[in-house]
Design a protein. Structure first.
Length: 701
């Protein structure tokens, strides 16, 4: 009997444990089941259950494609496809310099691929222009974490620590839809009446607070920062601070006390719509739990995907610090990473400003260390590049990126201001895309390279807890597909790159260990045999240590060991809704993942959610003569970006001044056609949660 392969789901950062058994349908198929693993405890959501359908999908790209002179993509040999890429890189760099070639990576790539891609950019291409779609995911939380703690790890504690929590404040995260097995870790808080969900919508997660399980706070669009300042105001005003913790473990208290003074509960109620009594009760509940029980504050994309996302997350961290939570045994603060390897993806060099090991690319010691590992002169390693939206804005411009290589991202659907992105791609001298489906971005490419999927490859992922996991091969890949490691190796050879580019995942991981050694995200003590033996490996895991399941117990990562409270300011929102004008928030559905390039191809998922629907309150809909399932047009006033055309879904679970549209779909109904490429100046996070839009009925569609 063949033993099932033990691996993890290919999608989100919960990385649920998964077993893949040989299927009776043939050697290329597998049967999926959940397996015991601490984050999921045997659970999978319907995306996980149906993931195997992607492996032998009829739309899978299984041979390289190149665009012919007539503009059609045709099949080609690997030699021809790779030769075209190498020739384009040489041509563009000779004419415009090294930074004219860019790389756009993905948060779903394994650690090994993310590492080798960063090395390829800096060593083989000599370009600074590399960034990835994790910039859209949790870059603001990363920036806030670094500012406060000196390090950024999604959850600085094992997820199972939540199992003892009597209070959880969950801000802007709809885990009941995005990662359902997570909900079991909220049961203790619900049983204690202490689940507090902050969301403008009565989401599936907000509904978990019903029947005495907790409370739902529904602030007006883009007032979550004010709400957090109001909660901190009550903590300060009612003397609920953990004074000893603050004195011994933090700096910056006085400035934060001053910054929250203007936000007393009645004023916050006026700005947010959340009742002052509920604000007081929530703050007092958090403080009581922090003092006598176990209390956690968690953020997700809802409060992070703002043009002031770093400050909003900072306000959440300040609240946690005022209560004495981070690094204590009584709770903590964490952010819930979204993409499967969003955490590892940013630790190993895909970010424009970082080298492997979560090192700053401007740090002279980090550059010398990496130069030694790579065997290249330190001066040859480029400096910081541009964050994702800035990079995309330069596509095809005179002094911008003229040739782009995309790995594991579908920017035409997932990036803000999608038509700007598509126009930029069409202005390029050359575009190559590695993917296993002809995504909307791959359709624009000059060369498409077919790559392996999760069940066809070995590697590691790092989940939302900073826990390093093994991904294992269970089936043979299609004969024409190749690993990205192999592709980077061949391209590096064609470009006469210095240094080596191994094709074997374990060899890449061994190099990654050396590259990360001594950095914040130190993997030097982790090995494949250790992971295969079942070791729980949380970074930092320096050689000779036992890893770090819980960060900050001994101190924070700043030089003096203290966390930083950082005063942030908010202004009362000036926007008021008009009968036709709303604030648009984009978000996710249970059935779909990211740009939907994978999940839109799974029959069971598209049968359940075949199209996006604009969620709108019935009172707003009645005013605009919009019927349930009727067609609507959504436009961004004052812009000439294409409008969105989709059906409406009437729901009393959304505020009358807000509409919601999932972003997983392309074409006329693509939400990101109307979102703006407005970004947080600190992190580069785009504003996905508050776009002013006009909504009207689209008669006769
Ligand atoms: Fe688990 Fe996320 Fe996969 Fe669903 S998508 S099975 S929650 S890892």
């Amino acid at each position: 009997m063949t033993v099932p392969t033990s691996t993890h789901c290919p999608y989100c950062a919960l990385q649920c444990g998964m077993s893949l058994a040989p299927s009776q349908e043939g050697p290329a198929s597998v049967e999926v089941s959940g397996r015991d693993f601490p984050t999921s405890r045997g659970g999978l959501c319907r995306k996980g259950w149906t993931a195997a359908e992607l492996l032998r999908h009829p739309e899978r790209v299984t041979e390289p494609l190149v665009r012919d002179e007539g503009g059609t993509l045709r099949t080609a040999s690997w030699d021809e496809a790779l030769g075209r890429i190498a020739a384009a890189v040489r041509r563009v760099q000779a004419a415009h310099g090294p930074d004219a070639v860019g790389i756009f990576g993905g948060g779903g790539l394994t650690n090994e691929k993310a590492y080798l891609l960063g090395k390829f950019a800096r060593v083989a291409l000599g370009t600074s222009r590399i960034d990835y779609n994790g910039r859209f995911c949790m870059s603001s939380a990363a920036a806030a974490g670094n500012r406060a703690f000196g390090i950024d790890r999604g959850l600085p504690f094992p997820l199972t620590d939540l199992d003892d929590a009597d209070t959880v404040l969950l801000l802007g995260s709809n885990v009941a839809e995005t990662m359902p097995p997570f909900v079991q870790h909220l049961e203790a808080a619900r049983a204690a009446g202490g689940l507090v969900v902050v969301d403008p919508r009565r989401s599936a997660t907000a509904q978990l607070t019903d029947d005495g399980a907790g409370s739902h706070l529904a602030p007006a669009p883009h007032t979550d920062l004010i709400l957090l300042l109001g909660l901190a105001h009550v903590v300060v005003n009612d003397s609920l601070l953990d004074s000893r913790y603050l004195a011994e473990r933090t700096r910056g208290l006085e400035a934060v006390i001053l910054s929250v003074a203007p936000w007393w509960p009645e004023r916050v109620q006026g700005a947010t719509g959340v009742p002052a009594d509920l604000i007081r009760a929530t703050a007092r509940r958090l403080a009581e739990s922090a003092r006598t029980g176990s209390c956690y504050i968690l953020t997700g994309r809802g409060v992070e995907q703002h043009a002031d996302g770093t400050d909003t997350v900072t306000a959440a961290i300040n609240l946690a610090l005022l209560l004495g939570l981070p690094g204590s045994a009584r709770g903590g603060y964490g952010t819930l990473t979204g993409q499967g390897n969003g955490q590892g993806g940013r630790e190993h060099g895909q970010k424009a400003d970082q080298l492997p090991g979560y090192r700053k690319i401007t740090d002279p010691a980090a550059r010398v260390h990496l130069a030694g590992v790579w065997g290249v002169p330190e001066a040859s390693i480029p400096g910081p590049g541009l964050p994702a939206v800035e990079l995309l804005r330069t596509l095809g411009t005179d002094d911008g990126v003229r040739a782009l290589l995309v790995h594991g991202a579908n920017v035409v659907v997932s990036a803000p201001d999608a038509s700007m992105v598509r126009e930029g791609l069409r202005r390029l001298d050359f575009l190559a895309v590695c993917d296993f489906f002809l995504s909307e971005t791959a359709r624009e490419a000059d060369v498409v390279l077919p790559v392996l999927q999760w069940a066809e490859e070995e590697g590691t992922m790092t989940n939302l807890e900073g826990r390093v996991l093994r991904r294992r091969r269970a089936v043979e890949p299609p004969p024409g597909a190749r690993s990205e490691l192999w592709i980077l190796n061949r391209l590096a050879a064609l470009l006469d790159a210095p240094s080596s580019f191994p094709t074997d995942p374990e060899s890449v991981f061994e190099e990654l260990r050396a590259a990360s050694s001594g950095g914040l995200a130190d993997y030097s003590g982790i090995s494949y045999p250790m992971l295969d033996a079942g070791e729980e490996a949380y970074w930092p895991y320096p050689h000779g240590s036992r890893g770090t399941p819980r960060l900050f117990r001994e101190g924070f990562a700043h030089d003096d060991g203290r966390a930083r409270l950082v005063a942030v300011r908010a202004s009362a929102p000036s926007w008021t809704s008009t009968p036709e004008e709303f604030q648009l928030a984009t978000g996710r559905l249970l059935e779909h993942y990211q740009s939907g390039a994978q999940t839109r191809r799974v029959a069971a998922l598209t049968d359940a959610q075949p199209e996006p629907r604009l969620q709108i309150h019935p009172a707003s809909a009645a005013r605009l003569r919009i019927e349930d399932s009727g067609w609507v047009r959504v436009t961004r006033p004052g812009s000439d970006v294409p409008e969105v055309l989709c059906r409406a879904e009437l729901s009393t679970g959304i505020r009358p001044d807000t509409v919601f549209l999932p972003f997983h779909f392309p074409g006329l109904s693509a939400a990101n056609q109307v979102t703006e490429a407005r970004t947080d100046p600190i992190s580069g996070m785009p504003e996905f949660k508050t776009t002013r839009v006009l909504v009207r009925a689209a008669a006769g569609e």
